[in-house]
Design a protein around this ligand. Structure first.
Ligand SMILES: [Zn+2]
Length: 621
């Protein structure tokens, strides 16, 4: 109710009747095959939401606190350099010649693995904030890395020792692409070229599936490498101007015979595969579409993602115990009692957000934005913060008896992806379509959190601010998202707003006047000439609802509010009926209470569960 009052109080000037024009459904045909939506630059989006900013800042502070000499130590040691100064970081990051995966030692699983991801995260942070100390750290790390032996024949010794030739090279490539494009490191392409020369001598000649033994005399753990994920960053290197060899290599490592050819035919080949790396590989298929125009790879990514969605939890997460399952199997349901390793959160969320970003750009289908939104709010934003000693959040626990806890090994894979994904929320939220595409330009808003987007329209700057109405909770706890347009001169563009599929009745007001909402593939359009100070309000009213995730267990439901799963704070399953669950009372901004036969039950979003025991799913009686 407060929203209505504040909107009236904001009314200024004349109401523009008919200001909004939804794109008629007929027009979609004309858009099919249109150019993918453009990504915005990291520096164009300013995140304002305290929850999102604090995750980015806290993980950034950890990276800034790492000593550059320590960071390159495993490369120096493994390349056989006599001079390898610095301290060991410990955990996965440190080289341990005696590492034995059968007894799972905490030290030495994947030495040096996150260096490229951290260089990538720092580069993205610099591009977003312009922080000079961060830029200087990237330049300094790259200089030190180039002298470790990884760019010369000594690299053969590193690759002979590591279990993860492709995994490590893939991350280094990502970091150097971001160093070249975002930090403008003048040496980045040279360093990548020399790294690639050496890596090529050690890599398999084509994508090798997880679990395939291809290195003589090595134990099982050496078969867990992920060469099928290489093409994404290789295509990115090619697209950014690193050279034609990266395009050839990308094509060489596309996992067509065992994966993409089958996914393109909608064969359920994902069953039993390692979850994160095979979802991540779908982003390689998307890059094959974006760079080569390969329809087969677009089909593979769309079909594959649909298979993942069909076995996802209400949180948007997937892959309990890091395995994708046979579609329709009982495995995911059984994991609610058998496993606490329900979703590899930072890595999975990073992979999920890249893939849904690519799919949204190509298909213009808002359901990919819906999916990204769930993973954002119900998984990664609630990850425990990365700590300076490498203590990191890994698995989200969706067990009937769940808790939030850290991984028992420091510097795991997820300590590499958390700083990356925390820098990517902005570019997942907005997309641009320049006027040349089909007659008018547009800004697509996929994610709703307090933020600002800046761009040039007809050579003139435009600022789009997104915020919560005065005195109200920010979305998704609040129902209304406010936009304010700042322009130097009247400027025409279309504003495309995602209408989430859970929202039964969205309303849009332009300068206080209600305009028609006719979503096409989940996006409503407001097209007009914008004047300085114009305001748009998007109302997305949510109410408590119940959602089933398991076809054979309709009595097991998640309590939802908009995109949020509400986690019940309880040690034991309560005696609760659907009517009771649907009657959840909101007692404060982020707390709901349900009265059940076994007492009153408190429910909160994942970001607020703290260290209390919780149940993601409730069994209705
Ligand atoms: Zn991970």
């Amino acid at each position: 109710m407060a929203g209505r009052i504040s909107r009236r109080s904001m009314l200024r000037g004349g109401v523009q009747a008919g200001a909004a024009m939804a794109l008629p459904r007929m027009a979609w045909g004309a858009l099919a095959g249109a150019k993918p939506l453009e990504e915005v630059g990291y520096g164009q989006v300013t995140m304002k939401s305290p929850l999102l900013v604090s995750q980015r800042e806290s993980s950034h502070a950890v990276l800034m606190g790492l000593d550059n000499v320590d960071l390159v130590k495993p490369y120096r040691v493994m390349c056989g350099m006599k001079d390898a100064p610095g301290e060991d970081l410990g955990g996965w990051y440190t080289y341990n010649a005696d590492f034995n995966y059968r007894v799972w030692q905490k030290t030495g699983f994947c030495p040096g693995h996150t260096l490229g991801q951290w260089v990538s995260a720092l580069s993205r942070y610099y591009a977003t904030t312009g922080d000079v100390a961060t830029r200087d750290k990237v330049l300094a790390i790259n200089k030190l890395y180039a002298l470790t032996g990884m760019c010369s024949a000594e690299a053969a010794q590193f690759y002979a020792k590591t279990r993860f030739i492709a995994y490590t090279y893939d991350k280094l490539t990502c970091g150097l692409v971001d160093s070249a494009t975002l930090v403008k490191d003048p040496d980045a392409w040279k360093i990548l070229g020399a790294t690639t020369d050496q890596a090529m001598k050690a890599l398999p000649g084509h994508a090798v599936e997880y679990g395939t033994h291809w290195r003589a005399g090595k134990d099982d753990s050496y078969s867990w490498d992920e060469s099928y994920t290489l093409p994404e960053n290789l295509y990115r290197a090619y697209g950014a101007g690193a050279g034609a060899r990266y395009r050839q290599m990308a094509a060489q490592y596309l996992d067509d015979p065992l994966y993409f050819d089958l996914l393109a035919k909608n064969e359920p080949v994902i069953a039993g595969k390692h979850a994160y790396s095979h979802v991540n590989a779908m982003s390689s298929a998307m890059q094959a579409y974006l760079v080569e125009g390969s329809d087969k790879h677009l089909r593979a990514a769309k079909n594959g993602f649909a298979m993942v969605q069909a076995q996802s939890f209400a949180t948007g997460g997937w892959g309990p115990d890091e395995l994708l399952r046979k579609p329709g199997s009982e495995d995911v349901f059984e994991s609610l009692t058998k496993s606490h390793n329900s979703f590899e959160t930072p890595c999975g969320a990073y992979g999920h957000m890249k893939l849904t970003r690519y799919l949204l750009r190509v298909t213009r289908d808002g359901h990919y934005g819906d999916s990204l939104e769930r993973v954002l709010w119900n998984t990664v934003l609630g990850a425990l913060p990365l700590r300076a000693d490498g203590t990191a959040f890994y698995y989200q626990d969706l067990n009937f008896k769940g808790t939030k806890k850290y991984s028992d090994s420091v510097w795991p894979c997820c300590s590499g992806t958390l700083p990356q994904v925390a820098n990517d929320y902005g570019i997942c939220s907005y997309f641009r379509e320049s006027a040349a595409a089909h007659g008018h330009s547009a800004v697509w808003v996929s994610q709703y959190f307090e933020s600002e987007l800046r761009w040039q329209e007809d050579g003139s700057p435009v600022l789009l601010e997104q915020r919560a109405p005065q005195g109200q909770a920010a979305y998704p706890l609040g129902d209304t998202v406010e936009f304010r347009v700042s322009v130097e001169k009247p400027t025409r563009f279309a504003l495309k707003l995602r209408i989430p599929v859970w929202c039964e009745k969205a309303t849009i007001y332009v300068n206080g006047a209600k305009v028609p909402v006719q979503p096409v593939l989940g996006f409503a359009t407001v097209q007009q000439v914008w004047r300085d100070g114009d305001r748009v309000e998007l109302e997305l009213p949510a109410k408590v609802r119940l959602e089933q995730s398991f076809a054979t267990h309709p009595e097991v439901v998640a309590v939802m509010y908009g995109p949020l799963v509400l986690f019940a704070q309880t040690k034991e399953q309560p005696k609760i009926t659907k009517e009771q669950a649907l009657g959840a009372r909101r007692v404060s901004r982020g707390v709901w209470v349900v009265d059940t036969a076994s007492g009153s039950l408190k429910l909160v979003p994942y970001t607020d569960v703290g260290d209390a025991e919780y149940a993601t799913y409730l069994r209705m009686t």
